[in-house]
Design a protein around this ligand. Structure first.
Ligand code: COA
Length: 260
């Protein structure tokens, strides 16, 4: 699919995905959602890609939400279809099997915050502002905010954001666990890349199965989740990478993982 509204570059096994509508604060219109969905499929499928960094073009916004102009014309069935389509795109990204980091360079509001929530880790610039302001527009979050936000920060902090529609700054987001790190704006992409490349030094199958255990396990009972974890732990014992990782430790040398 040719991209008009996002940039997609692969450099040294990392996909850099940039929402590229800076004049509209990178609002997520239907085209952006389609392109991000395609990008998520590429991240999952292309062997050369081992992880991804998602950010917004320009100095002001990661993404300032779903495109309000498009929402304004929708009826109940298109509204539901739009929410389901956005949710499916985010699920595809979340389940791509490779680590995805949101580099939040400015406003991450509404669908923009929900996009960041679907990434596995979030680094914010000191200027970032996050929130779920939908209720101020008479709508509610539709791209997973009512589900992922309470799972990440707890019910109380999530309801505070969702019901007030208030925007919080990067430091507040760090305090409630909505972002993992806050860095100066000029260092944001380098910090995200450093974090990702650190993860990519680990066993790729171990990272993949750990992502799967957390993603699937959160929706299970504790006993079911523990069984899933034990099964995946056992599955890893069939890999060359597990033998390599453990042997390298015992031989006091760095491991050479192959993803097998
Ligand atoms: N959808 C569509 N367009 C949007 C948008 C959105 N979610 N957010 C910003 N834009 C557009 C503005 O309409 C404006 O376009 P224009 O120049 O053609 O008029 C442009 O982006 C710049 O936004 P502007 O509002 O002028 O910037 P600002 O710095 O004064 O304010 C915000 C920044 C983020 C506070 C403000 O844009 C805003 O409140 N956006 C909506 C946030 C929101 O409610 N998101 C949830 C949507 S469900």
């Amino acid at each position: 699919m040719p991209y008009e509204s996002i940039l997609f570059d692969v450099r040294d096994h990392v996909a850099f995905v940039t929402i590229n509508r800076p004049d509209k604060l990178n609002a997520l219109n239907d085209r952006v959602v389609d392109e991000l969905s395609d990008a998520a499929g590429r991240i999952a499928a292309e062997e050369d890609i081992r992880g991804a960094i998602l950010t917004g073009a320009g100095p002001k916004a990661f993404a300032a939400g779903a495109d309000i102009g498009e929402l304004a014309g929708q009826g109940p069935l298109d509204g539901k279809a739009r929410a389901l389509k956005g949710q499916a795109m985010l699920r595809r990204l979340e389940r791509c099997g490779k680590p995805v980091i949101a580099a939040i360079n400015g406003f991450a509001l509404g669908g923009g915050c929900e996009l960041a929530l679907a990434c596995h880790l979030r680094i914010a610039s000191e200027q970032a502002k996050l929130g779920q302001p939908e209720v101020k527009l008479g709508i509610a979050p539709g791209y997973g905010g009512t589900q992922r936000l309470p799972r990440l920060v707890g019910r109380g902090a999530a309801l505070s954001l969702i019901l007030t529609g208030d925007t919080i700054d990067a430091q507040q987001a760090l305090r409630i666990g909505l972002v993992n790190q806050v860095v100066p704006a000029a260092e944001l992409l380098a910090a995200a890349e450093r974090l990702l490349r650190g993860i990519l030094k680990n066993g790729p199958l171990a990272v993949r199965l750990a992502l799967e255990a957390v993603d699937r396990g959160l929706d299970m009972t504790l006993d079911e989740g523990l069984l899933l974890e034990a099964n995946l732990f056992g599955l890893l014992a069939s890999t060359r990478d597990m033998k390599e990782g453990l042997t390298a430790f015992l031989e006091k040398r760095p491991p050479g993982f192959e993803g097998r």
